[in-house]
Write a protein that binds this ligand. Structure first.
Ligand SMILES: Nc1nc2c(c(=O)[nH]1)N[C@H]1C(S)=C(S)[C@@H](COP(=O)(O)O)O[C@H]1N2
Ligand SMILES: [Mo]
Length: 196
């Protein structure tokens, strides 16, 4: 190899390695920012948090009767009292410990809305509980209608005798191992979709 070429190759190699290392650093910085943002998502100002509150939840999708549910309409349904419900995060940390909550079974809400089933084998639906910050939790038809989870999934509207703070309504699943992930505050809609 001519000395000029050797220098050229060396130059390219050094430039490339510098490129790579700076990209790697960028990536780490981005990831760090994303995780700190997530951890502090609830450190919103009170005003911002209020903007995310919904007075009604919309039940929509593959159903016969679209519904707009408010605390008032939930109170007219079969209200259950749930005691000692803990919200447990991904790492096993207790985020909240409510002595008494009040709510209505998701199953009762879906029965009221009536999922559009063509026949008894048409039961591959999934149900998305979506919040106004677009946080979501997903349930399957079988979990709600053919599994103990159906008796454990509620839309709550009251905690310890008071309105829910990150509210007005939240969805919970009492029998999840970690109750944090399928705890949806700022609940905005319940959406039913047929698996394609
Ligand atoms: N709308 C909404 N609900 C949510 C979240 C969220 O970011 N937005 N975070 C979830 C997570 S990751 C956990 S552990 C629990 C408890 O969250 P908290 O620590 O903000 O109370 O709520 C869940 N529900
Ligand atoms: Mo979490």
């Amino acid at each position: 190899m001519k000395p000029q070429n050797y220098i050229l190759v060396l130059f390219i190699a050094i430039t490339c390695s510098m490129c790579n290392s700076s990209k790697k650093e960028d990536k780490i910085v981005i990831e760090k920012n994303a995780s700190t943002e997530k951890e502090h998502h609830h450190a919103l100002t009170e005003a911002d948090s209020l903007k995310l509150v919904n007075h009604q939840i919309e039940v929509k999708g593959e159903i016969e009767f679209p519904l707009q549910l408010s605390i008032d309409s939930l109170q007219k349904m079969k209200v259950a009292t749930i005691s000692n419900f803990k919200i447990i995060g991904q790492n096993g940390d207790v985020k909240k410990d409510n002595k008494i909550s009040k709510g209505v079974l998701l199953k009762d809400i879906l029965e009221k809305a009536k999922i559009k089933q063509k026949d008894h084998k048409d039961r591959n639906f999934y149900i998305v509980a979506r919040a106004s910050d677009d946080y979501k939790a997903t349930f399957s038809w079988a979990e709600i209608f053919n599994n103990p989870t159906g008796e454990n999934t509620y839309v709550l509207f009251e905690e310890n005798g008071k309105p829910i703070k990150n509210g007005e309504m939240v969805l919970i699943c009492k029998n999840d191992v970690k109750t944090g992930p399928r705890h949806v505050y700022w609940l905005k809609s319940i959406e039913v979709y047929r698996v394609k």
